[in-house]
Design a protein around this ligand. Structure first.
Ligand code: MG
Ligand code: MG
Length: 272
């Protein structure tokens, strides 16, 4: 059942989402060759707690850390390690925070130093597909419309769309109804309703869409060991339109990137 949120609850969810956004902005400055993902995890946990929130993933389904850290061929759900990042890596950082009873949950894939042009393209296309999907999260549409749009966009670029892992409703629980696959058919699935909040999160592989799950019970990698990218935003349906609750603005500020990509999805001005 879809848990509809009141206007007040959506504002609380915005607060949780922005704590995650700020965390990712702090990490953006720290992602560089030589840093370990465990060091980044500590920075994130300290910041989230300093905001009066708790890490959303820590202990969830027994996950042992604050951040899901998935470098290169890892798709999602990797955990932090003491292995340093190196030039040319990419690292998907997925972060959750819980405050006032509501979760924020979003993710960004960072380049570590200079990366190969084909990997850069994978990041750009995956992030663009996130907005292609968000654009379909509107009154009158259904779950399949979002999935179809993301799948078509990514497959047109020759990439593989992961099937086994999906986006989700978000609220008092990290994973609420409905499931939000990054593939699908137009006009299929549950109809969107005013006041619902979803996490849309394309997980896109440079090669095959097929994946393998590792014996640690968490790590998921591409079957062909080619890179995989992951971007995620939290979005509410407000006035029949998508309203972004999370932002990459803190990341862009840290990295000196100018972008107006979020502009069309914001009915309320973002105050950084
Ligand atoms: Mg996430
Ligand atoms: Mg999620």
């Amino acid at each position: 059942m879809i848990e509809v949120k009141t206007k007040e609850e959506i504002e609380l969810m915005r607060e949780s989402a922005l704590i995650v956004s700020k965390t990712l902005g702090i990490l953006a400055k720290e992602v560089k060759p030589g840093v370990t993902t465990l060091q980044l995890d500590k920075i994130a946990e300290d910041f989230i707690r300093s905001e009066g929130a708790v890490p959303g993933f820590l202990g969830l389904y027994d996950f042992p850390n604050t951040l899901c850290m998935s470098p290169n061929e890892q798709v999602v759900h990797g955990f932090p390690t003491d292995k340093p990042l190196k030039e040319g890596d990419i690292i998907s950082i997925d972060c959750g925070a819980l405050k006032n009873g509501f979760y924020g949950d979003h993710a960004y894939t960072f380049a570590v130093g200079d990366i190969a042009p084909e990997t850069q393209k994978l990041l750009e296309v995956t992030k663009a597909s996130l907005y292609v999907g968000i654009r379909e999260f509107k009154f009158g549409n259904r779950v399949g419309d979002v999935g179809y749009a993301i799948q078509k966009y990514c497959e047109d670029h020759g990439y593989g769309v992961v099937r086994e892992l999906v986006g989700h409703g978000l609220g008092r629980k990290m994973h609420e109804d409905p499931e939000m696959p990054n593939y699908g058919k137009r006009g299929r699935g549950k109809k969107f309703v005013e006041g619902q909040v979803v996490a849309i999160e394309p997980m896109i592989n440079m090669g095959t869409h097929r994946i393998k799950q590792h014996n640690d019970g968490w790590t998921i990698t591409t079957l062909d060991n080619k890179p995989s990218a992951h971007f995620e935003h939290d979005v509410a349906l407000v006035n029949g339109k998508p309203e972004l609750l999370s932002t990459f603005a803190y990341i862009y500020e840290a990295l000196g990137i100018e972008s107006d990509e979020e502009h069309e999805f914001r009915q309320q001005q973002l105050v950084l």
